[in-house]
Design a protein around this ligand. Sequence first.
Ligand code: HEC
Length: 120
Amino acid sequence: MKRNPVIPYIIIFVFGIVLVFFLSFKGLGDMKEIAKEGEGKGGEKTEVAASNPEDIYKSTCIGCHGDQYQGVVGPPLKNTGLSKDEVKDILNNGKGTGMPKGLVPAEQVDAMAEWVSKIK
Ligand code: HEC
């Protein structure tokens, strides 16, 4: 019996489809695992809309001011000597060219400013 020359292509084609399915199911499994890992950390919420200064800091400021408030692109926020009102002004209006304004929702600015002014 002579083999049909198209068969190798069909085999490769089918193999490819199966591989795609396999990988997407593996992806779903990984996704669940990753979700579980997140839950494991003592109920720490990750992507819930930030509602307290520390969460806002972690989601919005940390990239420029550092995980220890030590400063990265922006200056350190430890012992700035700024008053709550001065921080409020910076949060509302920005500072210099690097500090963006309006990062903190209006209803959070007060609490955020107080918290930032007390970072030690
Ligand atoms: C894109 C980077 C960036 C992000 C994001 C950012 N900052 Fe800044 N911040 C800066 C830079 C740069 C300065 C310095 C500006 C200057 O003095 O010209 C600054 C300055 C400040 C100052 C004044 C510090 C001082 O000693 O004068 C405060 C307070 C501050 N930022 C708080 C925050 C808070 C709170 C957030 C999050 C809501 C935040 N920043 C997010 C870059 C950033």
